[in-house]
Write a protein that binds this ligand. Structure first.
Ligand code: CDP
Length: 246
């Protein structure tokens, strides 16, 4: 871990990675990267690197996990042991179980699971490299992978955190800001701005939360445009051109 910097915001108002308070880290998305998955996505966001595979709807196993009226949605967040500075211990942890649960719940309002009774829709997240904000990065990638798999959804889910560093509210904390900042507040929302995930680590006043949520709305709008652009490129490209690219 790097040493605690004296300041996280310099005198000219910029953060240590050069961003302004309301800027997200650069994001890059690739779609359809896994040939055995029904839908997949590789996403880089700053130094985070996330791979998602979506499988289904397929018959749910074990059969006792099936539901007669709907598909079950399963979300598994996993950190590769080499993804963090201190090796992450393989297997589920309290943290990964919690992230999997809240992330699944973030998608439940938009996935039209009732169309596929007795099936399962599996979302597997592998964090290859972590630099704070992996749960939000994974949700953004999962949203694209679900669309790639053709899972009917009422819209995309988009996710971004705001936080507090040096007493100031800023968008999308990186690792140093997360380590040495005062608060982190991940949010996920639908395309219509309906919030489907909220978590908070640290202390914030109601006014700070209001200010942060405004930043998050701006960040999510930018992310939605990136998600839509990559999906449009895939689904609007005539079949002939896709064959030529392959
Ligand atoms: O990644 P996210 O911000 O969603 O979750 P977090 O629990 O707030 O973790 C923040 C960051 O701490 C992660 O993104 C990793 O960079 C780091 N971390 C770590 O180094 N080792 C772990 N076992 C878990 C997290």
């Amino acid at each position: 871990m790097s040493d605690k910097p004296e300041k996280l915001i310099t005198d000219d108002g910029l953060r240590l990675d050069g961003r302004r308070a309301d800027e997200i880290r650069p994001m890059k998305i690739e779609i359809g990267v896994l040939s055995r998955a029904d839908g997949s996505c590789y996403l880089e966001w700053g130094r985070n690197k996330i791979l998602v595979g979506v499988f289904g709807p397929r018959e749910a196993h074990p059969r006792r996990s099936q539901r007669a009226d709907t598909a079950v949605i399963r979300y598994k967040y996993n950190m590769a042991s080499f993804s963090v500075e201190d090796r992450a211990r393989p297997g589920p942890s309290r943290r990964s179980i919690e992230i999997s649960k809240v992330s699944r719940e973030a998608f439940e309002p938009v996935i039209m699971a009732e169309l596929f009774p007795k099936t399962a829709i599996d979302i597997f997240v592998e964090v290859l490299q972590a630099d704070a904000g992996t749960r939000t990065a994974a949700i953004n990638a999962s949203s694209v992978a679900l669309a790639d798999a053709g899972i009917p959804m009422k819209g995309l889910i988009t996710s971004c955190a705001f936080g507090k560093i040096d007493g100031k509210i800023v968008l999308d904390l990186n690792k140093d800001e997360d380590n040495y900042g005062d608060a982190d507040f991940p949010v996920a929302m639908t395309q219509d701005g309906e919030i489907t995930l909220v978590q908070m680590d640290g202390h914030l006043t109601p006014e700070e939360i209001r200010e942060g949520l405004e930043l998050v709305k701006k960040g999510c709008k930018e992310i939605l445009e990136i998600q839509q652009a990559v999906l449009r490129k895939k689904f609007e490209t005539p079949m002939g051109e896709l064959a030529e690219e392959a």
